[in-house]
Design a protein around this ligand. Structure first.
Ligand code: CFM
Length: 530
């Protein structure tokens, strides 16, 4: 029986019918196979997904440091999304509010009589105490159910306090996962904030935005450091250590780099239509992938100074880690891994693991869409179901005043054949035959996979981490990096290798067998005789 069948074998007919299309075992290395994704989970299963509010407030909007983001709802939602994602941010202008938890703390009577008054009061208090230029409102499930008009409250706040206020109807139940929340956040930022500034393009500066980089454990800082060394101007990071003031002017960038395709492809595409900015899919996790991305950027800009500097920085950054990396490569060679994260990291980390000699045998995502697995070529074939249709699709048009092409159409076509311009080929392309991929994995399936594949390490999420540890499998948490990081670029690769080595070689794993399993714990003497 193939491993895939072993996992599905225990399911009842109804669950089997649902899950069979979400589990794929690759027949050929790098060849795409169809997978079911972005659909409702089976009720009652212990899954790892988050909700729409988590995707909007927690993932995309939360990292913006100079805005006050108010969670309109009961206190639990605000509390749960408070400071747990390790999206680090600096405080360059005295406006870093991300360490606070702002919530309207809706009580029973507010649910019965409506919460708009309370929301207005919360905005008033936030303005008086923190003087933000921008307030974002994110609604949670009960708000949608009772019908508070948060959009009207936002309009009121704009007039009352002369600040920007944007409301996001990102109730947890909208869509099937946090992916819906990404889309809603992308729409709101695009409609109300991106491109509203008056900055003009910095001609000849090679200005980039990094999209889909949330600065977990400082990844965005490390990537920016390397890019700046080469001579790029990093205008904005969306949204790790990002700012409202900054992203208003993000339309003047020459190129958008897309790190996490899943959470931000919408903004990348809309900025192309509206402002003419090309986007390039990059991956700054792993040495080979980082080098590849840096060279593709250099090709795009086609400036001999940048190209030379790119090679110089690559050589220096690599030389700085090469010695230490050898030690870890030796220790990690031949190991196997499982990776389950949200919607992009499972792909990003596979090539880094390969460089370290670790083979990824099981992988998967919580909420990715088919294009994240199979590549953007399938976009036209994806049929939208009722849940997806529920998310607003906004249409943007060319902004005549701010539209600007850095390269002409002919050069664009020429480059498109060479580099990942407006292209993402998906995760399957980099996976080997026989490896298994699970969409919207649950705890039963994870347990079963561990039993079958016995990976040496499992790069997990938050909910599944402890079940892995209890099964005796070393785990590194790949969402928040377990208090470590950064893991991006060259120095980051070394950090990752060190953390993986420490996880696998921790002496604790030699002590997990219960003492009574290996030695008799019954002690005594035979009495009676002298
Ligand atoms: Fe993108 Fe992310 Fe991810 Fe994501 Fe996330 Fe995250 Fe993630 Mo956790 S934006 S899809 S919703 S790379 S919080 S920084 S680690 S599940 S794989």
């Amino acid at each position: 029986m193939q491993e895939r069948e072993k996992i599905l074998d225990n399911y009842t007919a109804k669950v089997f019918k649902n899950r069979k299309d979400h589990i794929v075992q690759l027949e050929e290395s790098g060849a795409s196979q169809e997978i079911a994704a972005n659909s409702r989970s089976v009720p009652g299963m212990m899954i790892n997904r988050g909700c729409c509010y988590a995707g909007c407030k927690g993932v995309v909007l939360g990292p913006l440091r100079d805005v006050v983001t108010i969670t309109h709802g009961p206190v639990g939602c605000g509390f749960y999304s408070w400071g747990t994602r390790r999206n680090k941010a600096n405080n360059p202008d005295g406006r870093n509010f991300i360490q606070y938890c702002f919530t309207t703390d809706m009580q029973e009577s507010d649910i019965v009589f409506g919460g708009e008054k309370k929301l207005k009061q919360a905005i008033k208090e936030a303005v008086e105490l923190f003087h933000p230029e921008c307030i974002l409102i994110c609604s949670t499930c009960p708000i949608g159910l009772i019908g508070d008009d948060i959009q009207a409250v936002a309009t009121w706040a704009q007039e009352a306090f002369k600040i920007q206020c944007v409301a996001f109807s990102c109730e947890g139940y909208r869509g099937v996962s946090q992916s819906a929340g990404h889309h809603i956040a992308n729409n709101g930022l695009m409609k109300h904030i991106i491109g509203t500034g008056n900055a003009v393009a910095h001609a000849g500066k090679h200005t980039v935005n990094i999209l889909g980089e949330y600065n977990i454990g400082g990844d965005g800082w490390e990537t920016s450091r390397v890019l700046k060394r080469i001579g790029y101007e990093v205008l904005n990071v969306f949204t790790g250590d990002g700012s409202y003031e900054g992203i208003k002017d993000s339309h003047i960038a020459d190129l958008n780099l897309v790190m996490c395709h899943r959470s931000i492809n919408y903004i990348a595409e809309m900025m192309k239509t509206k402002y003419g900015i090309d986007w390039l899919k990059v991956n700054c996790i792993g040495i080979a992938e980082t080098i590849h991305s840096l060279r593709e950027m250099a090709l795009y800009f086609n400036d001999p100074v940048i190209s030379a500097k790119t090679e110089e920085v690559i050589a220096e950054e690599y030389a700085a880690i090469a010695g230490d990396l050898e030690f870890y490569k030796e220790k990690l060679a031949g190991k196997t891994a499982g990776i389950f994260v949200g919607g992009s990291r499972t792909h990003h980390y596979q090539s880094l693991l390969k460089e370290l000699g670790v083979k990824t045998v099981i992988g998967g995502y919580e909420f990715a869409h088919r294009d994240d697995y199979e590549g953007r070529d399938v976009l036209a074939d994806i049929k939208l179901d009722a849940d997806s249709k529920n998310i607003e699709e906004i249409t943007v048009t060319k902004d005549e005043a701010k539209y600007r092409l850095v390269i002409d159409q002919e050069r664009f076509e020429e480059l498109k054949d060479q580099i990942a311009l407006e292209e993402y080929k998906g995760m399957f392309r980099d996976m080997d035959a026989g490896t298994i991929t699970v969409d919207d994995f649950n705890h039963y399936e994870t347990e079963k996979l561990i039993e079958i594949f016995k990976p040496d390490i499992f790069y997990s999420g938050i909910k599944d981490k402890y079940m892995l540890v209890k099964s005796g499998t070393p785990s590194r948490q790949l969402h928040s990096y377990d208090y470590s990081g950064p893991y991006s670029c060259f120095q980051g690769a070394l950090n990752f290798a060190r953390d993986s080595y420490m996880a696998i070689y921790a002496p604790a794993w030699g002590l997990i067998a219960a003492p009574w399993k290996t030695t008799s714990t019954l002690m005594g003497k035979i009495g009676g005789a002298q």
